[in-house]
Design a protein around this ligand. Structure first.
Ligand SMILES: [Zn+2]
Length: 128
């Protein structure tokens, strides 16, 4: 019985923790504290990332990086190459249209298809 009493008291304390008091005496819900904590962490992580970016561009050509950092630098460089590659592909695709007859990618300003000679008409309606 004694044990159970303490368990209940412990549960009550845990529930009481759901409501926290600021030094000002204002009541703040645990939910709000968690939200505040999470936005603080988000902002801090953005700053970590910003610092990392500064660091990357300052030292990416450095010969004397510790192994664990070198590994991260290499992975970032690898991702940057892929990002550039896909960005170029997107820009290329955006400057092209598809020939309705043969399906070739042709310059968006072409009047005739370079491959099959189909005359390209411009449709001004928003049909997909
Ligand atoms: Zn064509």
């Amino acid at each position: 019985m004694e044990k159970k009493f303490f368990d209940n008291a412990f549960d009550k304390a845990k529930n009481a923790f759901e409501i926290a008091y600021k030094k000002t005496g204002e009541i703040v819900s645990l939910e709000k504290l968690r939200f505040n904590l999470s936005s603080l962490k988000t902002n801090r992580n953005k700053l970590y990332a910003a610092l990392g970016k500064e660091y990357y561009f300052r030292f990416k050509n450095s010969e004397s990086l510790p192994d664990n950092e070198k590994n991260i630098f290499d992975r970032i460089s690898e991702l940057n190459e892929k990002i550039e590659e896909i960005t170029n592909e997107i820009n290329y695709a955006k400057s092209k249209r598809i020939c309705p007859k043969c399906g070739a990618a042709i310059d968006e300003r072409s009047i005739f298809c370079n491959y099959c000679g189909e005359r390209i008409t411009f449709d001004f309606d928003d049909e997909e």
